[in-house]
Write a protein that binds this ligand. Structure first.
Ligand code: ADP
Length: 324
């Protein structure tokens, strides 16, 4: 079953700005899905429409086969939302925030308390349960938002940049928590600017740009489109020059202690290391020059924008020809 199905979603804001011009998304139940796009691409608008906070102009949204237009309450009951902004009452104790949230979904106080305890413990906030939310650190507030979104046990959890501004330790513990939640069957959709986060967590991915879906794919398939990767290799002993044979490949000396190599046919990793062995060059470490998804993301955006520019030129030429 699809956890989320969005067809031809459009949004024109009151100032006539067309934020969404045809977003299509399909997210399978159980998926861990990344929704990516630059600032202003339309991610928050899409999430706002899914969660009933923003009215759509056109298109269809179904959550677990329930249309948000025909049965909004049922559709909403499937959904837990973690928006970007902290929108809880800062002067309320954590435990009350969670119990009140459960109340909106008709959950009785006893069960609400049990759920609140479960999620506050899992997100390492239980010791703070009687403190006011405003006394929490940024990372704790972020985790409180997640606990609150889960208190009615939603089948689909949407997180809008959950790790923005969160330190690496808390980010890692959030990753572990979300992975475990997904393993237990909760479908997760995530927007993030940390592409290594999307790459390591998500199975499927969509990219939106200027209000349309420009890519919708399996993460591994998408990454396998990469026709080259640049690897940085750290030398055990300094080198002034590379052996002449290296000139047949895209291998360069970045400085006397570092080599950069483009792994691209005919050069493979095996070939690269056989070259090093043949010339007694010892490598003490290596890394990818840039994140693979980041590289692809930039290529896809560039391709889409070139296509859009080309289309606009064609349309303009058409219009000018018609005027003649
Ligand atoms: P993202 O979340 O991908 O950064 P948004 O959905 O927030 O993108 O915004 C998409 C576009 O819609 C942006 O150009 C933004 O300026 C515009 N926009 C967002 N909210 C409003 C609004 N309430 N009124 C007018 N334009 C808006």
């Amino acid at each position: 079953m699809k956890a989320l199905s969005i067809k031809k979603l459009e949004k024109v804001y009151k100032n006539n700005f067309p934020a969404l011009k045809g977003v299509d998304l399909e997210v399978e139940e159980g998926d861990f899905f990344a929704l990516l796009g630059s600032n202003g691409a339309g991610k928050s608008t899409t999430i706002g429409i899914i969660s009933g906070l923003v009215n759509k102009t056109a298109g269809q949204v179904r959550i677990f086969d329930t249309d948000i237009d025909t049965d909004p309450a049922k559709a909403k009951s499937y959904l837990g939302l973690v928006p970007q902004e902290f929108n809880f009452n800062q002067f309320e104790p954590l435990i009350e925030i969670l119990i009140n949230q459960a109340g909106y979904y008709g959950i009785n106080r006893k069960l609400a308390y049990q759920r609140a305890e479960q999620y506050l413990r899992q997100l390492e906030l239980w010791d703070k349960r009687h403190e006011m939310a405003r006394e929490l650190s940024g990372g704790m507030k972020r985790r409180l938002m997640i606990a609150r979104a889960l208190v009615h046990n939603p089948r689909l959890l949407i997180l809008d940049e959950p790790t923005a501004g969160v330190d690496i330790e808390i980010r890692r513990s959030m990753w572990t928590f979300l992975t475990e939640l997904n393993r237990q069957g909760v479908t997760i959709i995530l927007t993030t600017h940390y592409l290594e986060e999307a790459e390591s967590l998500c199975k499927n991915i969509a990219i939106i740009d200027h209000g349309i879906t420009i890519e919708h794919s399996n993460m591994h398939k998408l990454l396998s489109q990469l026709d080259r990767e640049t690897i940085i290799l750290y030398l055990q002993n300094s080198l002034q020059h590379l052996p002449a044979e290296f000139a047949n490949y895209d291998i360069r000396l970045a400085d006397t202690d570092t080599i950069e190599a483009d792994i691209k046919a005919p050069l493979t990793m095996n070939k690269l290391f056989s070259l090093f062995n043949a010339h007694n060059i010892e490598i003490k470490g290596m890394r990818n020059k840039s994140n693979r998804l980041e590289h692809l993301f930039m290529c896809l955006l560039e391709k889409n924008r070139n296509n859009t520019a080309l289309l606009e030129t064609i349309q303009q030429t058409h219009a000018e020809t018609e005027q003649l």
